[in-house]
Design a protein around this ligand. Structure first.
Ligand code: COA
Length: 195
């Protein structure tokens, strides 16, 4: 079993600060499933800062109850062992599954139907690493130890099994990079056809 490590982005911040940021990120609406799931996740991580097992035990009991409630009610699984950065948005709910070894940067968007998981049962602990400001479209799947660079966008329903460079847009199954050059030339085509 891997050692539990808190995200480098959050370990110096208080629980309240992190939850406040998440609240703002979720349109200041505490009823949003994504906000509730993150609040439970933040609590689960925060309780691990308490070194004494005896003091932590009742908090761990509460965390497990809340985790199960969020999973069963909203279909969102974000275990405390995953490393999430600040201001992550879980847009909408259901079928959001994040592997306990995943690493996710700041300001990322994760939508309904997204999975960040292992690729095969032969490598059950392999999980994706996602940079800052990454935008995951609805239904996107990131499988295995793939790295998604900062500012990348993953299209709806894409299945990512290879690294995605920073700033790239990846679409399809298996995901391919929609090059910025291709996007720029498409934009030029449209402008020319409208002229
Ligand atoms: C990937 C995405 C960001 C690309 O948007 P874009 O930059 O405007 O790209 P375009 O619409 O110009 O599409 C470019 C090409 O990619 C294709 N494409 C776009 N999104 C795709 C997707 N998710 N899967 C497969 N192909 C896709 C288009 O058909 C087009 O192909 P073509 O060049 O052969 O015609 C966007 O389509 C997307 O999937 N966004 C996710 C948004 C989302 O999840 N919304 C749910 C909100 S709840």
């Amino acid at each position: 079993m891997n050692k539990i490590v808190e995200s480098v982005h959050t370990r110096h911040l208080s629980l309240l600060t992190l939850i406040r940021e998440d609240h703002v990120r979720h349109h200041c609406d505490w009823t949003r499933p994504g906000f509730r799931a993150l609040a439970v996740y933040r609590f689960g991580v925060w309780r691990m800062r308490i070194r004494s097992r005896a003091l932590r035990a009742p908090l761990s009991f509460l965390y497990r109850r809340l985790f199960i409630r969020i999973r069963n009610r909203y279909g969102i699984e974000v275990p405390f062992s995953a490393q999430l950065g600040r201001r992550v948005t879980l847009e909408h709910s259901h079928s959001i599954v994040i592997h306990g070894n995943s690493v996710i940067g700041n300001d990322c968007y994760i939508r309904q139907g997204c999975t960040l998981g292992n690729k095969s049962l032969d490598a059950p602990f392999d999980a994706p690493i996602v940079g800052d400001r990454v935008n995951l479209g609805a239904g996107a799947k990131l499988l295995g130890k793939v790295i998604v660079g900062d500012d990348a966008t993953i299209g709806a329903n894409a299945v990512v099994v290879k690294h995605v460079p920073a700033g790239a847009v990846a679409i399809g199954i298996p995901a391919r990079i929609l090059s910025k050059v291709a996007l720029a030339s498409a934009a030029t085509d449209i402008r020319q056809s409208m002229a």
